[in-house]
Design a protein around this ligand. Structure first.
Ligand code: ARG
Length: 432
């Protein structure tokens, strides 16, 4: 392994070296193309202030393109030959281009290099999160519209409470995922600041054109203070995981409902076979394993955020500890996004078993309607409540009457799906 910083007379111990690098070199695969993109912007900046000649810049730009092409084709593999992705880029450029390669690191540090590559990657992941949440919300909203008239028991404490509708259940997920989508986008905008050009955390004695690099990389703003750029490492990663965890928290509860509804005891939901697996011993079983793993995914995301929070218990400035923010970041965002990506199909293919839902509606579930009807007719509510608690007054009703009468805004009889539709349209147009 060749080390960027190796000087003569400094001995390198293989065990220590492999501990230093850790899984970093593998993790850097995730950010390699982003690092190349940022390196391009840095080289362009160096050319514009005369540190690189036009020829050197042209050679470096072509060299970076060629490396990206090799990477995509699998002809270049980032492995233990290198300390990290940053070193690998410089080593390859130097090997292929000579002095132009040796010049690319002028005025930059691996500290701002890792920040900018991670930032570009985070931006993409948050875009992905926003768009998946938007898709989930659309499906839930469509189903809410289609199933507004499908009666379904409403529970509190998992005990039968009142008549509700499948439309009401779907509209809850729709509104949740509109919020999740807009939080993802707001977080993307919040982290959309360029740390390139902050070097080791104190700037450099060169008139770097940081504003031009900000534009070239499509950032909304410059992250001005180099010390703050270092403080934002871990903090921005946590923000992204927090945005993701809003969605996985809802995913966890959605999956919980689905797993409960597929039990023989409830029997409300029919899952396509692809979401279930068999048992190794019990020939009779089909288990909702996929749904359960979706439910568990929130733990991975929340734990990743907590791990990063522990790592950033540091004074200001760069510390090598910060390298350990990468593992949880890649694991948490990677896993959470892979889990969420399954949700649209699960939502589309979920089938209700209407008879079981109807059979779970019993006369007690109209008691609240009755109490409120009596109160509407003038009986003080506490007295109406007492009268409606008498099972002798409970009777079968048409659940659709209960749904239609539930007209408080947002309730099953007045779902206000148009309001949700408008919010979703504003999100799709990039306005929310
Ligand atoms: N792998 C390192 C990280 O993720 C790259 C930056 C190294 N910087 C340094 N000053 N040693 O933080």
């Amino acid at each position: 392994m060749s080390l960027l910083w190796q000087k003569s007379g400094v001995e390198v111990d293989a065990c220590i070296q492999s501990f230093l690098a850790g899984d970093d070199v593998q993790l850097d695969r995730e950010f390699f193309l982003h690092d190349i993109e940022a390196s391009h912007a840095h080289a362009q900046g160096l050319a514009s202030i005369g540190i690189l000649s036009q020829d050197e810049y042209t050679a470096l730009a072509a060299g970076l393109d060629a490396l990206a092409a090799d990477w995509r084709a699998g002809a270049f593999v980032l492995d233990e030959r290198f300390e990290d992705g940053h070193s690998a880029i410089e080593a390859v450029l130097t090997e292929r281009l000579g002095d132009a390669g040796r010049r690319i690191h002028t005025g930059r540090s691996r500290n701002d290099q890792v920040l900018v590559a991670t930032r570009l990657w985070l931006r993409e992941r948050l875009d992905e999160l926003a768009s998946t949440c938007g898709e989930v919300a659309t499906i839930a909203l469509d189903r809410a519209e289609a199933e507004a008239k499908l009666p379904m028991p409403g529970y509190t404490h998992l005990q039968r409470a009142v008549v509700s509708s499948a439309g009401h259940w779907w509209a809850a997920w729709a509104e949740a995922f509109i919020d999740n989508a807009s939080r993802a986008r707001a977080t993307r905008d919040w982290i959309d600041a360029n740390p390139l050009g902050t070097a080791a955390g104190y700037g450099v004695n060169l008139p770097l054109e940081r504003d031009a690099a900000t534009q070239a990389l499509g950032f909304a703003r410059l992250q001005v203070n180099p010390g703050y750029a270092q403080l934002s490492r871990g903090k921005f990663e946590m923000a992204a995981l927090e945005a993701l965890s809003s969605a996985t928290l809802d995913l966890r509860r959605f999956a919980w409902d689905v797993s409960l509804f597929t039990t023989a005891e409830f029997g409300f939901v029919q899952l396509p076979a692809r979401y279930t697996t068999g048992s190794s011993i019990m020939p009779n079983k089909r288990n909702p394993d996929v749904v359960e793993l979706l439910r568990a995914s929130h733990a991975v995301v929340a734990a990743a955020r907590a791990e990063i929070e522990q790592v950033v218990a540091l004074p200001s400035g760069y510390h090598r500890d910060l390298q350990f923010t990468k593992g949880p970041l890649v694991r948490g965002l990677g896993h959470g996004l892979r889990a969420l990506a399954l949700l649209p199909d699960l939502m589309r293919s979920l089938q209700w078993r209407r008879e079981a839902m109807a059979a779970a509606l019993d006369p007690s579930m109209y008691a609240t309607d009755l109490a409120i009807e009596l109160a509407r007719d003038g009986i003080p509510f506490r007295e109406a409540y007492r009268q409606a608690a008498d099972p002798a007054r409970w009777a079968e009703r048409d659940p659709m009457d209960s749904i239609d009468a539930r007209v408080s805004p947002g309730a099953p009889g007045a779902l206000r799906l148009e309001t949700l539709r408008q919010r979703l349209a504003a999100f799709d147009e990039g306005k929310a």
